[in-house]
Design a binder for this molecule. Structure first.
Ligand code: IPE
Ligand code: IPE
Ligand code: MG
Length: 254
């Protein structure tokens, strides 16, 4: 939905796009006196439940923040483990996603990953590209700053080659060069784990997203908490800069 898209507003609508920062795996394990790795493994299980829920409840896009451009700063052993789990999850899940008519897409700078992992990512995207039940976007080595930077670089390249001229640069044009091109902006943002920050996630795309923070640690996140988040989303009036009265009157016409 565009920022000025008052005509698109329908109260009680489901969010079309849900974006989640899956945080708290490490603390979940530490609370149980277990290594952080166990928390990350438990986190993968929670992903499955949420993907299934979204695919069967008419959510168009689910974006999951799996690894940030800043997560390389973690101890080497934890980074390696996360890469292994990522590979394992792809090996196990791609066919299942395809069988469930789910389209898989990755955003982020994938050039930092191993050749093998990059190949698996492309394989998953190619295999599932025609699927329509849900688009599952996995943000891996993703950062909002990176996203804007790569978009601006691409725009400058096209300008230099004469494909676009300076006057054509607009918000709509920049959006076409973001990694999320073609997807609606997130309607609902959820962050688990209690922190109330965005951590360099989808900085451009979150301009008018409704935010929902829960102290639940990601491995404990389930369909019921997701339902609560969606319920909270539906109870809000999205104004996109208009007055509440304007929104109400417009929704009567709709
Ligand atoms: C989120 O959980 C998973 C990743 C960032 C890969 P964390 O690992 O950040 O868990 P906490 O925040 O340390 O508990
Ligand atoms: C954000 O979580 C990234 C992912 C969940 C993949 P972090 O745990 O890395 O965020 P900060 O560093 O606490 O802000
Ligand atoms: Mg964290």
């Amino acid at each position: 939905m565009s920022i000025t898209g008052l005509n698109d507003l329908k109260p009680d609508d489901n969010p079309r796009h849900i974006a989640i920062i899956m945080d708290g795996n490490g603390r979940w394990a530490e609370k149980r006196f277990m290594p952080r790795a166990i928390g990350h493994k438990a986190g993968v299980k929670a992903v499955r439940k949420i993907v299934e829920y979204c695919a069967s409840h008419e959510i168009e896009v689910l974006t999951l923040f799996a690894f940030s451009s800043e997560n390389w700063r973690r101890p080497e052993a934890e980074v390696s483990l996360l890469m292994e789990l990522f590979m394992l999850a792809l090996q196990r899940e791609i066919d299942k996603l395809h069988r469930n008519n789910i389209c898989l897409r990755f955003i982020g700078d994938r050039t930092a990953f191993s050749e093998k992992l990059q190949q698996k990512m492309s394989e998953g995207e190619t295999k599932t590209q025609g699927n329509t039940a849900l688009t599952l976007v996995v943000a891996a080595n993703y950062g909002g700053h990176w996203d804007m930077c790569q978009a601006f670089n691409n725009v400058v390249e096209k300008m230099n080659s004469g494909e676009i001229n300076r006057e054509a640069i607009s918000e709509q044009l920049i959006e076409q060069y973001l990694s999320t091109a073609g997807l609606p902006d997130p309607d609902l943002f959820i962050r688990t784990g209690g922190e109330q920050r965005v951590s360099n996630f989808m900085l451009w795309q979150l301009a008018y997203t409704e935010m929902y923070f829960t102290p639940t640690l990601w491995p404990d996140f389930d369909q019921n908490i997701l339902k609560d988040a969606i319920k909270s989303f539906k109870s809000r009036q999205r104004r996109f800069g208009h007055t509440g009265e304007q929104v109400l009157n417009k929704s009567i016409i709709l």
